[in-house]
Design a protein around this ligand. Structure first.
Ligand SMILES: [Zn+2]
Length: 261
């Protein structure tokens, strides 16, 4: 048994007993972990009201030997998740983000870049300035990339034709015109000549694929500069949902609250 300290986001809570809950945290230093929070449901509990869904807190917990549930001993609130105004998209976006953090990461597998992305995305959902749909799509593509599930977006998975080679007027490196298709089970894209009719439902414009690539290599500095059109947001979101559902083996449950079209 050892005592550990870290910063973490609360991504799930489950009833355990009359006064206790099992809390799943996504932490900066240890990745995802579940801990028992004893007395959390008492009015004057030991946790300073720090443990709400999507709250960011400074936590201290006791790590147990493999398999056993750790014990949360301290949780000090750093930032509560408070989306602005009457727009429920930000609130539901937060729930969706929590579900993806829970589903796409492993226990005790430190992923500091995913933590950074999550903090940035929650801040984005709480800001009046950033559009919540873009924040959600950025998070989807970011977590797919960081968990190794984004796939190769530079060439056709079947024939290897590059989508980056200049052709005709496209001398800026943007892909040739023509819709590309997401081949979900192979984690890649198909060029128009390799596309078969049964795949056509998942087609996307070359511009959306370029947007995907840009989001996929995004760092903190670029984030503010990417402006997506409505069509790009919709197509990047559809791409992300297909890839996420393939990894999870089902569609995310909280998705039904998000109206992205
Ligand atoms: Zn091809």
């Amino acid at each position: 048994m050892s005592q550990e300290k870290t910063e973490a986001i609360v991504i799930r809570q489950a009833e355990f007993s009359e006064s206790s809950r099992v809390v799943t945290l996504f932490s900066k230093d240890f990745g995802k972990l579940s801990v028992l929070a004893k007395g959390v449901k008492r009015l004057k509990g030991p946790f300073d009201a720090g443990i709400d869904l999507l709250s960011r807190c400074h936590v201290v917990f006791i790590r147990r030997s493999s398999g056993a549930l750790g014990i949360l001993t301290e949780a000090r609130l750093a930032a509560r998740f408070q989306p602005p105004g009457p727009d429920l998209m930000s609130l539901y976006g937060g729930y969706y983000l929590a579900e993806l953090l829970n589903g796409l990461t492993e226990d005790d597998d430190p992923a500091p870049l995913v933590y950074e992305l999550a903090v940035r995305s929650l801040d984005g959902l709480m800001s009046d300035v950033q559009d919540s749909l873009s924040v959600i799509v950025e998070f989807e593509i970011g977590i797919l990339r960081l968990s190794g599930h984004l796939g190769d977006l530079t060439e056709c998975t079947a024939c290897g034709t590059s989508f980056l080679e200049p052709s005709g007027a496209h001398t800026d490196g943007s892909p040739a015109p023509g819709r590309l298709v997401h081949w979900v089970s192979q984690g890649g894209l198909l060029c128009p000549s390799c596309c078969r009719p049964e795949y056509r439902k998942r087609s996307m414009s070359a511009g959306s694929v370029a947007a995907l690539r840009q989001l996929g290599r995004m760092d903190r500095q670029m984030s503010a500069r990417v402006r997506l059109t409505k069509q790009q947001i919709r197509e990047c979101h559809q791409f992300a949902v297909s890839a996420i559902a393939h990894v999870l083996g089902r569609r995310p449950k909280t998705l039904r609250y998000l109206d992205i079209g």
